[in-house]
Design a protein around this ligand. Structure first.
Ligand code: B3K
Ligand code: ZN
Length: 873
C-alpha cells in the first residue's frame, strides 16, 4: 500500500562509493550516463535494487559487459540487477524529456523552451527521476559530473562541488566537469544549464579558504540579486562566529528560478532558489520580502552543516535538519534585526500554520512514524515545531553548553547520516546531561494545553504556581503522555518591576526563573515574595504550548503596560484581544474586555519610548485563522464580523490620533531599508489601516495618493490592500495601474494576484474565477497558484467559505487540474481544505462533498494522501 514505517528501517544493502554522471543536455531529449561504484552494505547478500521513475533505459552494463534481459528486471519504480559483486561498476544510460516534466521534480525546464533553462530538484525523491540509484539519504557517495550541451543555448553549466575543467566540443557544443569532494546523498544533487547572468563576490573563510560566491539569474533579474549576496556573506560570517562552521568548497553558487515547488533548496554548493525569495530591490520588494530573502538565504546556507555535512538517516528524521536549521536561521535573523519582533513573527507563524495543523486531521509528530508520500511532510510541524523543540533544548542547556553540544554533534557525525536520538545524545553527552526525555516531544503530535494557576499566601510570603498539562488525542494517537515543558516565569510587583525570585530560602534571587513541568501536573513555590501584582508566564514563548491562566483582563492590561519581556507584552495584547473577540462572537453587546484592550492600547499609543514596530504589532489582533481555531462549529463569516468589530472599536477609540500619527510618520518616510525605517513604516501602514476604518472618506483619499507616491513597495501594498478591503473605486484604478507597472515581472505580478485573492469580500470568488482566465495566469506555475489560489483558500476565509459553496467548487476544479500537472503543488493547496469537519453544518456538507469528489478522482499519491487523511479514512 506504499506506506513506509520508521520501525521498518534497515541499513542499505548496497552502498555507492562513487558515482560518475554524464549528461548530454537537451530541452526535450537529455541523455544520462550513470556509473555507480558499488559496495555491499549491511545484511545478507541481496540483489541490487535501484529506484527509478519515468526515464527510459537505453543501455545497461555491469563491469563493462552489456547485461542480458534475464540479468535484470525493470519496472515503473525500480531496476533490479540480480548478480552483482562487491566492488562492481554498474553503468546505465537513460533518456529524459525535461520539457515534459510539469511536476518540477527531477530534471525540468524553467521558463519557455526557447529562452528557459534546465535545472533539477531532487529532494526528497527526485533523483530517481534522473537515473537509477539507491535514492535514500543514508547512501552517501562522491559525485563527479560531466555536462555537455550546445554552447549557444546553454552557455552556463553548473553542478555541485568544485569546477574540474571545461572545454569545447564539436558542432558548437561544450563541456564542464564538476567534482564534489564531500560524499552526499542523492537528494543534494543538482545541475543547472542555460543562459544565465551572474554577480560575483570574493569571500575568505575564517579558516583561510578563498571562495567565489556567485549568484545566477536570468538577465532581467540579475540586478536584483545584490541584497541576497549581502545576506549570504553575513550568514557565512555568522556561522563561523556562532557555531565555528566554515564553508568547505571553492565556490558557492545560487541560482534563481521562477518555476519551483518550494522556497529554495540547499543542494551542496549549488543552492537553487525560488526567485521570490532571492530577488530584492527597493522599488519592487516589500519589507517582508527583504526579511524573507535574508532568512532563506541564511537557512539554505546553514544547511551546509546542518543537513549536508550531517544529513538524515531516513526521511523520518527530516526535522533533524529542518527544525535545527530553522532554529539557526531564527537566531541569525534575531541578531540581524529586532530579537523581539523576530520572536513575535516566529510565534505567529507557529500559531497560524502549526497549531492549526496540530489541531486538525493532518496532525502528525515532528518525527512521524509512517508516511505514504514524503513530500507531504515538509510541514509547519516538521519545520516550525521542530525549531521550537531545538529552542527548548538549547534553552535547557544554556548558551555555552549548547555550543559545546553542537560541536560534539558535528564532531561525531560529520559525513554521516544521523538520527534524532544521535543528536540528543551528542548534545547531552557533551554536557553530562540526559536529554532523552525530549524524544517524547518528537514522537507525540498535538499541542499541549498548559493550565497555570497562581496563589499568593501573604502571611507566609509564598507564591505558589500550579501547572497542569494535557494534550488532546490526534489521528492515530489516542493516548498522550506528559512532556517536559520549560516555563520562563517572572513575578511583577505593583510598580511593574520584576520581584526577586527564590525557589528556596537563602538562595540567590533572580529576576526570572525557568521551572520545568515534567509530569501531568506539579506545583512550584517561590519564597520570600512581597506583594506580587501579576505573574508573567511562558516568557519569550519558552515552550510550544497553549497556555491558559486564571488571570483577568486587568492583569493582562497590566502586563501590556509594564512587562519588560517584549514578547510577553505583545502576548498580553493578543490574549486581551482574544478574550474580547470571544465575548463579541458570543453575542455580548457590552464587552468590558474590549474597552480594556482599546483603552490600554490608546494609553500606549503616544509612548515615545515604544518601538514603532512593536507598537504596530500590539495594535494588531490575532488573525482570522488563529481566532477561528477554537471555534466549533465554525462560522467563518461570524468570526470575520467579530474581528471587524475589534478593529472598529480600536479605530474609534484611537480617533484623531490615527491621522496625526500617520501624518507624523509620513514626514520622515523615504523608503529607507534600515531597521528603524522599516519599523516606522510598519506603524505607518498599521495606522493607515485603522484610520480607514475610523474616517473612511478622508483616509481613502490619502491612501489613493499614497499608492501613487509611495516611497516603498510596503507602503504601496498597504495603501492598495486598504482601498480594496474598503471596496473603494480608487482601489480598482490602482489595481490597473499596478498591473501595467509590473506586467513583465513575475515576482511582483504575483503580489497583484495575491492582493486580489485576499480581498475580504464575498464577491472575491468571482474575481478569482476571472483571474484564473487571465493571460498571465497558469496552473503550471507554483508561485502563481500559491498567490491566487492558496491566497484565496488559506487567507481569505470570508470569500472562500461563502455559504453557497462557490469558493469550494472553484478550488475543487482547479485542484483536479493541478493534480495532473504537479502533485506537490496540488497536495499543498489541498491542505487549505483540512478544517471542513469543524464548519457549521451547511458549509461542512458542501466542502465534504467537494473533498469526496476530489478523493474519488485523485491521480497522484500526494493529493490522495492529503485527501484521505483530511477525510479521516
Ligand atoms: N530542503 C528543502 C525543501 C525540500 C522540499 C522537498 N519537497 C528546502 C529547505 O528546507 O531548506
Ligand atoms: Zn531547510
Amino acid at each position: 500500500n506504499g506506506v513506509v514505517h520508521l520501525a521498518d528501517y534497515r541499513a542499505p544493502a548496497w552502498r555507492v562509493e562513487q558515482v560518475e554522471l554524464e549528461f548530454d543536455l537537451d530541452i526535450s531529449a537529455t541523455r544520462v550516463l550513470a556509473r555507480l561504484h558499488l559496495r555491499r552494505g549491511a545484511g545478507a547478500a541481496q540483489p541490487l535494487r535501484l529506484d527509478g521513475a519515468g526515464q527510459e533505459l537505453h543501455a545497461i552494463r555491469l563491469d563493462g559487459r552489456a547485461l542480458e534481459p534475464h540479468e535484470y528486471q525493470l519496472d515503473a519504480q525500480s531496476l533490479t540487477v540480480f548478480a552483482v559483486d562487491d566492488g562492481a561498476v554498474l553503468e546505465t544510460e537513460a533518456g529524459l524529456a525535461p520539457d515534459a516534466n510539469s511536476a518540477l521534480s527531477g530534471l525540468y525546464l524553467s521558463g519557455s523552451a526557447g529562452a528557459g533553462f534546465l535545472l533539477t530538484q531532487c529532494e526528497a525523491e527526485g533523483f530517481r527521476r534522473i537515473t537509477w540509484y539507491p535514492d535514500r539519504p543514508d547512501v552517501l557517495a562522491r559525485f563527479r559530473v560531466l555536462l555537455r550541451a550546445d554552447r549557444q543555448r546553454f552557455p552556463v553549466l553548473l553542478a555541485n562541488g568544485n569546477p574540474a575543467g571545461s572545454g569545447e566540443l564539436e558542432d558548437g557544443r561544450h563541456w564542464a566537469a564538476w567534482d564534489d569532494p564531500h560524499p552526499k546523498p542523492s537528494y543534494l544533487f543538482a545541475l543547472v544549464a542555460g543562459r544565465l547572468e551572474q554577480i560575483e563576490q570574493d569571500y575568505t573563510t575564517a579558516d583561510g579558504r578563498a571562495v567565489k560566491l556567485r549568484i545566477f539569474a536570468e538577465a532581467d533579474a540579475i540586478d536584483r540579486c545584490g541584497y541576497a549576496m549581502d545576506a549570504l556573506v553575513r550568514a557565512m560570517r555568522w556561522d563561523e562566529q556562532r557555531y565555528g562552521r566554515n564553508y568547505d568548497l571553492d565556490v558557492f553558487h545560487i541560482v534563481a528560478t521562477h518555476d519551483f515547488n518550494m522556497g529554495a533548496m540547499e543542494n551542496k554548493g549549488l543552492n537553487i532558489f525560488n526567485a521570490k525569495y532571492l530577488l530584492a530591490d527597493p522599488q519592487r520588494s516589500s519589507d517582508e520580502d527583504y526579511a524573507h530573502v535574508e532568512a532563506i538565504v541564511a537557512h539554505e546556507y546553514f544547511h551546509n552543516w546542518t543537513g549536508n555535512r550531517v544529513t538524515c538517516r531516513d526521511w523520518f528524521q527530516l526535522s533533524l535538519k529542518e527544525g535545527l536549521t530553522v532554529y539557526r536561521e531564527q537566531q541569525f535573523s534575531a541578531e540581524m534585526n529586532s530579537a523581539t519582533l523576530k520572536r513575535i513573527e516566529d510565534v505567529q507563524v507557529l500559531r497560524r500554520a502549526q497549531f492549526t495543523e496540530d489541531a486538525g486531521p493532518l496532525a502528525h509528530a515532528v518525527r512521524p512514524e509512517r508516511y505514504s508520500a514524503i513530500d507531504n511532510f515538509y510541514t509547519a510541524t516538521v519545520y516550525d515545531k521542530g525549531a521550537e523543540l531545538v529552542r527548548m533544548i538549547a534553552g535547557r542547556l544554556g548558551e555555552t553548553a549548547w555550543r559545546r553540544g553542537m560541536d560534539e554533534y558535528f564532531r561525531r557525525h560529520d559525513g554521516e547520516a544521523a538520527t534524532v536520538e544521535q543528536f540528543l545524545a551528542a548534545l547531552g553527552d557533551a554536557n553530562g546531561v540526559d536529554l532523552s526525555a525530549y524524544l517524547a516531544w518528537y514522537a507525540q503530535a498535538g499541542t499541549p494545553q498548559l493550565q497555570a494557576r497562581g496563589t499568593y499566601d501573604a502571611a507566609a510570603r509564598r507564591y505558589r504556581l500550579d501547572l497542569r498539562q494535557r494534550t488532546a488525542p490526534t489521528p492515530g494517537q489516542a493516548r498522550k503522555q506528559a512532556l517536559p515543558i520549560p516555563l520562563r516565569v517572572a513575578l511583577l510587583g505593583a510598580d511593574g518591576r520584576a520581584l526577586p525570585l527564590r525557589r528556596e530560602a537563602g538562595a540567590a534571587p533572580q529576576d526570572e526563573c525557568v521551572v520545568e513541568l515534567d509530569a501531568a501536573s506539579r506545583c512550584f513555590e517561590f519564597v520570600d515574595i512581597d506583594a506580587p501584582r501579576v505573574a508573567s508566564l511562558l516568557r519569550g514563548f519558552s515552550a510550544p504550548v497553549q497556555l491558559s491562566t486564571d488571570q483577568g483582563a486587568d492583569d493582562l492590561a497590566f502586563l501590556l503596560r509594564f512587562e519588560s519581556d517584549g514578547f510577553n507584552r505583545w502576548e498580553a495584547a493578543q490574549q486581551l484581544a482574544r478574550r474580547a473577540f470571544e465575548r463579541v462572537l458570543g453575542g455580548a453587546q457590552n464587552v468590558p474586555e474590549l474597552d480594556i484592550w482599546c483603552d490600554t492600547l490608546a494609553g500606549l499609543f503616544d509612548d515615545a519610548a515604544l518601538d514603532p514596530a512593536l507598537l504596530a504589532e500590539l495594535l494588531t489582533p490575532p488573525e482570522l485563522n488563529e481566532l477561528a481555531q477554537p471555534c466549533t462549529p465554525l462560522d467563518p463569516a461570524a468570526v470575520f464580523a467579530a474581528r471587524e468589530r475589534l478593529e472598529q472599536a480600536l479605530a474609534q477609540r484611537l480617533g484623531a490620533a490615527l491621522e496625526q500619527r500617520h501624518a507624523a510618520l509620513l514626514k520622515t518616510e523615504r523608503g529607507g531599508l534600515d531597521g528603524a525605517a522599516r519599523g516606522r513604516r510598519r506603524l505607518l501602514n498599521r495606522c493607515l489601516r485603522l484610520w480607514l476604518r475610523q474616517d473612511p472618506a478622508q483616509a481613502q483619499e490619502i491612501a489613493a495618493t499614497r499608492y501613487v507616491l509611495a516611497a516603498s513597495m510596503s507602503e504601496r501594498l498597504a495603501a492598495l490592500a486598504g482601498l480594496l478591503a474598503d471596496g473603494a473605486e480608487s482601489g480598482e484604478k490602482a489595481l490597473q495601474d499596478f498591473e501595467r507597472r509590473y506586467d513583465n515581472d513575475p515576482v511582483t505580478l504575483d503580489k497583484w494576484f495575491a492582493l486580489q485573492a485576499t480581498i475580504p469580500r464575498p464577491d472575491t470568488v468571482e474575481r478569482v474565477a476571472g483571474l484564473l482566465r487571465h493571460a498571465r495566469f497558469s496552473l503550471r506555475n507554483p508561485n502563481r497558484v500559491s498567490a491566487l489560489l492558496m491566497g484565496f483558500a488559506a487567507r481569505n476565509p470570508l470569500a472562500f467559505h461563502r455559504p453557497d459553496g462557490a469558493g469550494y467548487v472553484l478550488i475543487e476544479q482547479a485542484l483536479a487540474e493541478i493534480d495532473s500537472l504537479n502533485p506537490t503543488t496540488a497536495a499543498r493547496l489541498a491542505t487549505a481544505l483540512k478544517d471542513w469537519a469543524r464548519l457549521e453544518p451547511g458549509r461542512r456538507a458542501l466542502l465534504q462533498a467537494a473533498l469526496q469528489r476530489l478523493a474519488a478522482g485523485a491521480r497522484s499519491q500526494d493529493l490522495a494522501d492529503i485527501l484521505r487523511r483530511t477525510l479521516g479514512d
